[in-house]
Design a protein around this ligand. Structure first.
Ligand code: CO
Length: 211
């Protein structure tokens, strides 16, 4: 039987956190409970080592978050499509950040020929980025560097996937936003690096097409 104590610990830590926040700012929860107006949508990896608010030094209320394995933007993903529509059309976020990270287990798995069951269908999206960049990736001898580069190419591709979405195209036309960013997080030093920065209205680059 799995021990229930670790989750009790989380509840205890939550009480301490709540008290600490109220001590710093007595109206913090009262104001936040009325509404949210985050300027950022974060699409990140589910990896426990890459928590959006902790690594960006932000507080509750500042980032709207969606996370999945390997931070992928897949057009048939109804969950993500709804998150994006709500963030873009209702919250009117100004920036969408797709954040990948070096040492991503999803990317590492996609680089193998192993059978991962249901996950194969998800990892297919990363394998496609690999085949589209085969020449560049094959030229990298060091396996770790090749993996890091595939992480980066995958994050950049997700910004293209966002550009092609009708929700984004419509928002660009109607309100000149949001900006799209591809970031990569380095697990070894905790630093975020920007790989791509797409201004509203930027045409979808060849060979990608609108969807
Ligand atoms: Co990951």
């Amino acid at each position: 039987m799995v021990d229930n104590k670790p989750s009790d610990m989380l509840l205890l830590q939550n009480k301490a956190w709540s008290a600490q926040m109220r001590a710093k700012d007595p109206s913090f929860f009262e104001l936040l409970s009325q509404s949210q107006s985050p300027k950022f949508l974060w699409i990140g990896c589910s990896d426990s080592r890459v928590p959006a608010d902790a690594i960006t030094g932000t507080r509750p209320g500042q980032i709207f978050v969606h996370r999945n394995i390997a931070n992928l933007v897949v057009h048939s993903d109804l969950n993500l499509a709804c998150v994006i529509q709500y963030a873009v059309e209702v919250l009117e976020v100004e920036h969408i950040i797709v954040c990948g990270h070096h040492g991503c287990g999803g990317v590492r798995a996609a680089m193998t020929a192993n059978d991962f069951g249901m996950l194969n269908k998800w990892l297919r999206n990363i394998k496609d980025v690999y085949s589209d960049n085969l020449a560049e990736l094959s030229a990298i001898d060091d396996p770790r560097q090749r993996e890091d580069r595939l992480v980066e190419l995958t994050v950049i591709r997700q910004t293209y996937n966002l550009m092609k979405m009708s929700t984004i195209q419509r928002a660009w036309k109607n309100r000149g936003g949001p900006w799209l960013h591809a970031w990569v997080y380095d697990l070894s030093d905790g630093i975020l690096h920007e790989l791509n920065n797409v201004a509203p209205g930027t045409p979808v680059p060849a060979p990608f097409s609108y969807e």
